[in-house]
Design a protein around this ligand. Structure first.
Ligand code: CAA
Length: 380
């Protein structure tokens, strides 16, 4: 067992830290206020290789391990969780999904553009009546011989208006239930594809969340991923890795808030001394630091499982459940340590607290993670 990072890991972490401080920090408060997508910053993330970190080098990816990706996700999430969700969806859902299960043609045509950030990806599973209950897909993809006809609505789609390529999960044969579900690569410009209204969100307000409508969209057969009926397994397998990325996002939000609270507590004076010298504050810092370190260990173990080709459904779900709760607890306490200033936008912690909440909801709510965890334990 070795808890040390390699020199390469440290280099990647430091590069992500510098990028976040230099490119994401300026304007992060304004982007949150105006719900502005970090377009220029995402373009730079692509140029620096942050959008296809784990993907195969022959398709423009970085060929890196999951640990490297986790380290970069944490650093970027400390500063701007709206940018890090773009990174997470593109890396661990879209690029990983196509790289692992797509065919040669799909990889050449789509993956090579997604890894470099030339094009952006979105993952479309959730529907108005199929959020946690993901097998209840109402969107249909009817087999018409050389193509499928896609009809339906998808909800809460990250990168909804900014993406070019969409992984869409849809029901082909309802009688077969989840075994009749397929996954497709759909292009934004195809006829019948409409981007719905943008959601006005509590947090990650710079990220671009939309509903999507498909009205008789013709999807060529060659755009189906895997064998007929593989779509639900594809979504589940892809989400298992995605959850490690969101856990790292939660870790970054928590550690960003903790670092701000620690600095503030060393400067702010009350009752004649810096507030970190009061046990009431020092104990909060102790609890924050402990739960952050526990989250980090769970996440690194899940990433290690994935890199070692071990099963990571259970370890990824535990990491996401614990880290997202930690993000909520730590950001709430960080606001408390800042007192009145914590409630004010310029101190950043109120935004981190709002951003933290989504990590308990997307890519499987905390309740869904507990289903996965309990089933995993009982199967052992
Ligand atoms: N890997 C491979 N196969 C899996 C799997 C996994 N991790 N999990 C389930 N499956 C398979 C099962 O083996 C089963 O197949 P068989 O019948 O062939 O054995 C099939 O999938 C159905 O599984 P279940 O019977 O367990 O299905 P269920 O209805 O009980 O649901 C669930 C399982 C875990 C609750 C699932 O519905 C789920 O994960 N729900 C949450 C959905 C979710 O995470 N949505 C996030 C949206 S994406 C997003 O948020 C992105 C973003 O914008 C940031």
């Amino acid at each position: 067992m070795d808890f040390k990072l390699t020199e390469e890991h440290i280099m990647i972490r430091d590069a992500a830290r510098d990028f976040a401080k230099n490119e994401l920090l300026p304007g992060v408060i304004e982007r949150d206020e105006k719900q502005e997508f970090p377009k220029e910053q995402v373009k730079k993330m692509g140029e620096l290789g942050f959008l296809g970190m784990m993907a195969s080098p022959e398709y423009g990816g970085g060929g890196m391990d999951t640990i490297s990706y986790i380290l970069a996700m944490e650093e970027i999430s400390k500063i701007d969780a709206s940018a890090s969700v773009v990174m997470s969806v593109n890396n661990s859902l879209v690029c990983w999904g196509i790289d692992t299960y797509g065919n040669e043609e799909q990889k050449k045509k789509y993956l090579s553009k997604l890894t470099t950030g030339e094009k952006l990806g979105a993952f479309c599973l959730s529907e108005p009546e199929a959020g946690s209950d993901a097998t209840s897909q109402r969107t249909t993809a009817i087999d018409k011989g050389d193509h499928y006809l896609l009809n339906g609505t998808k909800n809460w789609i990250t990168n909804g208006n900014s993406a070019d390529y969409f992984l869409v999960i849809a029901q082909t044969d309802r009688d077969k239930k989840h075994k009749g579900i397929n996954a497709f690569i759909v292009e934004k410009t195809w006829e019948g594809f409409e981007i719905g209204p943008k959601e006005d969100k509590m947090g990650i307000r710079g990220s671009d969340t939309h509903s999507l409508n498909f009205n008789d969209v013709k999807v060529p057969k060659e755009n189906r991923i895997g064998e007929d009926g593989f779509g639900f397994k594809f979504a589940m397998k892809t989400l298992s890795g995605g959850r490690i990325g969101i856990a790292a996002q939660a870790l970054g939000i928590a550690s960003g808030a903790y670092e701000l609270a620690l600095d503030y507590s060393k400067q702010r004076k009350a009752f004649g001394t810096e507030i970190c010298n009061h046990q009431a504050i020092a104990f909060k810092l102790a609890d924050m630091y402990t739960s952050i370190q526990a989250s980090r260990h769970l996440i690194m173990k899940a990433a290690w499982d994935k890199d070692q080709k071990e099963n990571y459904d259970l370890s990824g779900a535990m990491a996401k459940d614990f880290a997202s709760k930690t993000a909520m607890d730590v950001t709430t306490e960080a606001v408390q340590v800042h007192g009145g200033n914590g409630y004010v936008k310029e101190y950043h912690v109120e935004r981190l607290m709002r951003d933290a909440k989504i990590t308990q909801i997307y890519e499987g709510t905390s309740e869904i993670q507990k289903i996965v965890i309990s089933r995993g334990i009982l199967k052992k």
